[in-house]
Design a protein around this ligand. Structure first.
Ligand code: SF4
Length: 292
């Protein structure tokens, strides 16, 4: 059967005693008309591209065309080198990796849109930082990536994953749900816990607007990545402890869609409201475009 909802996913997992990643690779295989082995090879390439984006982003200080951003990863790394992260090595790596990937995006470097370019740091940072610190095998990382993929796919059947359609809840919010699912898979969570982790992440980010200054995927997009990566970790920890969303997973996805429809167009990537219309944003715009 085709998996169209979280309910389908959980039922299929129970019925056939399959892990979520096994269902994910089957679904991808059907959609792409390719064998499962090829799907896993593709996922391996994706994982390698994510790792390379982090590596490049960790050392580069090249600024964006606007000259507003590009050196925050190095700034954060220096702080951790001097002080250490308050919440330990995994927190340190997640926040720097998320920032590094998002900054690679602003430089037009090679990143993996996951699910979008603006939210590209959220899934890789959590997955790779935890895998490194816990010595998790590449095969398990691929399982986690496939798990993230089916979460994004199911949400995308109901909501277009674009800030212009449903605000940043549909980009960074969905990335955080995917990331929470991937982390829960990495940590050995059950199918039920994986879906709960995704649901808790999504539920607690509903209403996040898309208001990029001057229409550039820089402010507030870049810093949103480390914040929403840590949000995913919280969701996963809660789900693994047995805490559940009172609202059903598919109802949360429906709410994401409806919230996006209710959101003013001014807050959906038009740069006509929110942070994009603050005094500072207007001054930045004036300087950038040499307006009088
Ligand atoms: S604020 Fe808008 S452009 Fe920026 S990451 Fe979020 S959805 Fe994408």
């Amino acid at each position: 059967m085709t998996i169209l909802s979280f309910e389908d996913l959980l039922n299929e997992s129970k019925k056939r005693n399959l892990a979520i990643y096994e269902i994910a690779q089957e679904e991808e295989s059907k959609l792409k008309e390719t064998p499962v082995s090829a799907i896993r090879t593709d996922a391996k390439f994706t994982l390698e591209a994510m790792k390379l984006a982090i590596k490049n982003g960790l050392t580069s200080t090249e600024k964006s065309v606007s000259n507003w951003c590009g050196d925050d990863t190095v700034r954060l790394t220096k702080r951790y080198q001097n002080m250490g992260a308050l919440f330990g090595k995994i927190f340190e790596k997640i926040t720097t990796y998320a920032l590094a990937t998002a900054e690679e995006n602003l430089r037009m470097g090679r990143i993996v849109a996951c699910p979008t370019a603006g939210s590209c740091g959220i899934v890789p940072s959590v997955l790779i930082a935890v895998a490194e610190e816990k010595n998790i095998s590449e095969e398990k990382q691929i399982d986690a990536l496939l798990t993230a993929g089916i979460v994004g796919l199911i949400i995308s059947y109901k909501v277009r994953l674009a800030g212009a359609v449903a605000g940043c809840q549909a980009e960074c919010g969905v990335a955080s749900a995917m990331s929470a699912a991937a982390l829960t898979e990495l940590l050995g969570g059950s199918a039920h816990e994986i879906i709960q982790a995704a649901t808790l992440a999504l539920k607690n980010i509903l209403g996040l607007t898309c208001d990029p200054v001057c229409g550039l995927v820089e402010v507030p997009c870049i810093k949103r990545n480390p914040f929403l990566a840590i949000h995913a970790v919280t969701a996963s920890e809660l789900a693994l402890s047995g805490i559940e969303s009172k609202i059903l997973p598919d109802e949360v996805v429906d709410t994401l869609k409806i919230t996006g429809q209710l959101m003013s167009p001014l807050l959906k990537e038009t740069s006509q409201g929110g942070l994009a219309k603050t005094k500072t944003a207007l001054e930045l715009e004036k300087k950038l475009f040499n307006k009088d």
